[in-house]
Write a protein that binds this ligand. Structure first.
Ligand code: PMP
Length: 362
């Protein structure tokens, strides 16, 4: 039985079944008489679960054989630096699609390493709804080493649901807040990366999925720990990996497989987001100004028409077991993050609460 529904943007809730399994084997993992945190990453038992986690992720995402999967430290922000360091090669410019807070943060880091061609795709429709321009309108440049974009803006609640189709371009995507949420065609990307703490597992682990033929172009000053080739050659064990996060992520991958894989998650996530946007759109008490095409399925920000009620909303929500709904400080208002671990019943509980709160205070 759940105790609360946790809408945190990240670190975010994990599947209950995963926490139960981790708890049950915490003190005596794999009959070792120790926890998984206390064994060598180079010992056979850990190596086996590490390899299985990778294999399960490959199956879940249907990752082609010519891609490496890396398990790294440093969160997505480390990748903001690792991407230009590893991918520029002899080139000096890169295209960065700017559609929100995180895409923009990636720009700021990349500017330390190259000339960044910032492509602003923000778009406000005549009715005042915010969105981003479709991919066919992105003005990519010939000289860029790669194009970087963020398919799901965790703070803004904006998603780019289109799949990239830029022939001849190296496409890099920050999937931190939407990896594993719906089916994607990995072969359309050259690099996909994601911090674990939303849809994968606990903080401390970053997953990088990279086409093998890109491993050879790192700048010689690249710190070894950020160098994809070195990580790949060492099976992500160049230094001590975040073993507990890797183990727990493996349990999440098993849970996903047992629950129908990404296809089933996609159907569940579609139903969840539809329910919550309906609750927002059908009541003047609540506002979300993102246009239909670009609404995130994972992070749903909304405002109260009367912001003076914000504090009360959060207090009453918390008292009803609905946690972490406070919006990011950059936007204010509320935000409900509804990653894979959040079931439909949690979203329904939020919608019911919103309805009652609006009736009471409207
Ligand atoms: N990109 C996106 C889309 C994110 O949501 C976040 C974290 N919220 C980051 C990058 C930064 O991730 P980290 O804290 O793991 O460096």
């Amino acid at each position: 039985m759940h105790q609360v529904f946790n809408f945190s943007a990240g670190p975010a809730m994990l599947p209950e079944a995963v926490l139960e399994k981790a708890q049950a084997e915490l003190r005596n993992w794999n009959n070792q008489g120790t926890s998984v945190m206390e064994v060598s990453h180079r010992g056979k038992p850990f190596m086996e679960i590490a390899a299985k986690a990778e294999q399960d992720l490959r199956e879940l995402m249907n990752i082609p054989n010519n891609y490496k999967v890396l398990f790294a430290h440093g969160g997505a922000r480390a990748q903001f630096a690792a991407i230009p360091l590893n991918l520029l090669g002899l080139k000096t410019t890169a295209d960065y699609i700017d559609g929100g807070y995180w895409a923009h943060s990636a720009v700021e880091e990349a500017q330390k390493y190259c000339k960044v061609n910032v492509i602003d795709i923000n778009h406000v429709h005549p009715d005042g709804m915010r969105g981003v321009k479709p991919m066919r309108e992105w003005l990519l440049t010939d000289e860029a080493a790669y194009v970087h974009y963020c398919p799901n803006e965790t703070i803004d609640g904006i998603a780019i649901h289109e799949q990239p189709d830029f022939s001849g371009k190296i496409v890099v995507a920050d999937y931190s807040s939407s990896i594993l949420s719906r089916e994607i065609d990995v072969s359309r990307y050259d690099v996909i990366y994601a911090g674990a703490q939303k849809n994968i597992g606990p903080a401390g682990l970053t997953i990088i999925i990279i086409k093998e033929d890109l491993l050879d172009r790192a700048n010689s000053v690249t710190p070894s720990i950020l160098n994809y080739k070195i990580l790949a050659e060492n099976d992500s064990m160049f230094n001590t990996p975040p073993t507990f996060a890797w183990y727990l992520s493996g349990l999440v991958f098993e849970w996903l497989k047992e629950n129908g894989g990404i296809k089933a998650m996609e159907a569940r996530n579609e139903a969840k987001q539809a329910l919550l946007y309906k609750a927002i759109d059908s009541n003047d008490f609540y506002i979300n100004r993102i246009c239909a095409n670009n609404r995130s399925w994972m992070n749903i920000p909304f405002q109260l028409a009367d912001s003076k009620l914000d504090e009360l909303f959060l207090k009453e929500a918390e008292a009803s077991g609905l946690q972490a709904l406070k919006g990011h400080r950059a936007l204010g208002g509320m935000r409900a993050s509804i990653y894979n671990a959040m079931g439909l019943e949690g979203v329904q509980a939020l919608c019911d609460f919103m309805d009652v709160f609006a009736k009471k205070h409207g």
